[in-house]
Write a protein that binds this ligand. Structure first.
Ligand SMILES: Nc1ncnc2c1ncn2[C@@H]1O[C@H](COP(=O)(O)OP(=O)(O)OP(=O)(O)O)[C@@H](O)[C@H]1O
Length: 264
């Protein structure tokens, strides 16, 4: 079998005695790739991401990242959730510093760790709010800090669980552009869950479409053949962008109807 940087091999997941949520799911992700997972609500996207993060144990199958099994959570896989998970009593600086100290204590000096915190907050344009607490900044800013905290851990894999889902359209667009710029600069390997077809096409190298659950698996994988850097305005009229968008929409609304519609 070909070795992938991230290898999801025959993963199935069953909660208790219920019908399995995921069934025999196989996916390889290469280093530096940006892969999105899309599928209707409840199909098992977060379950899969949590298995890769090591937060859930698959009933069957394995997940291997850079040759190491992902059975437990580890700093090699950083997760950004839809709703920020910053500690409310710590400042922006301290939230990132906590993660940096955890990963780099003994490997970087105190001064280096300080500089590394600032460097990552610079990446997301948040150095103006170092002393603010999460309650004092906007939702978009909180997500920026969450992304900085994840990046600062220098993970092998960045796991994004609908990171822009709770944001208004303009903030969302800004953050998507920033994540694309960061990906371009750092070459991170990213696995992102999204419900947004345009977001998937704009950001991804590949879009992995999941079938409806239960026993969800991969229904289709689309290579997004668009040059980078990508600009949302230029792409809106690009035939390749339009075709990719159509393919995903067809999968979601023709091949896999929304669950409520199917039941009606
Ligand atoms: N801990 C759990 N125990 C029992 N069932 C669970 C558990 N976690 C998830 N499920 C079930 O697994 C299925 C998939 O849930 P999951 O959150 O992974 O879907 P999703 O595709 O991420 O959904 P959404 O897009 O709405 O966030 C759902 O039916 C859910 O109820």
């Amino acid at each position: 079998m070909t070795q992938h940087y991230l290898s999801i091999e025959g993963v199935s997941m069953q909660f208790g005695k219920q019908v399995p949520v995921l069934s025999d799911l196989w996916l390889g992700v290469e280093k530096g790739e940006f892969v999105s997972l899309i599928g209707h609500s409840g199909c098992g996207k977060s379950t899969l991401l949590n298995i890769v993060a090591g937060l859930l144990h698959a009933t069957d199958g394995t997940v291997i990242l850079d040759g190491v099994s992902c059975e437990d959570p580890g700093p090699d896989r950083a997760v950004v959730f839809q709703n920020h998970s910053l500690l409310p009593w710590l400042t922006v600086y301290e939230n990132v510093k906590l993660a940096v100290d955890k990963v780099f204590k003994g490997k970087k000096t105190k001064q280096q760790r300080h500089e590394w915190v600032i460097e990552n907050l610079e990446l997301v344009h948040m150095t103006h709010a170092l002393d603010k607490r999460p309650g004092e900044i906007s939702g978009g800013m909180k997500q920026r800090v969450g992304i900085a905290r994840a990046l600062a851990m220098e993970p092998k894999l960045l796991l994004l669980d609908e990171p822009f889902g709770a944001l208004d359209a303009l903030t969302r667009a800004n953050l998507q552009d920033e994540v694309m710029a960061i990906h371009r600069r750092l070459g991170n390997t990213v696995l992102m869950i999204t419900h947004d077809v345009d977001e998937a096409v704009l950001l991804s190298d590949r879009i992995v479409m999941l079938t409806n659950g239960p026993e969800a698996t991969i229904g289709q994988v689309l290579d997004v053949d668009l040059p980078r850097p990508r600009d949302r305005l230029t792409l809106a009229d690009d035939a390749r962008y339009v075709a990719a968008r159509r393919d995903v929409l067809r999968f979601l609304y023709e091949r896999q109807r929304p669950p409520a519609e199917k039941a009606a």
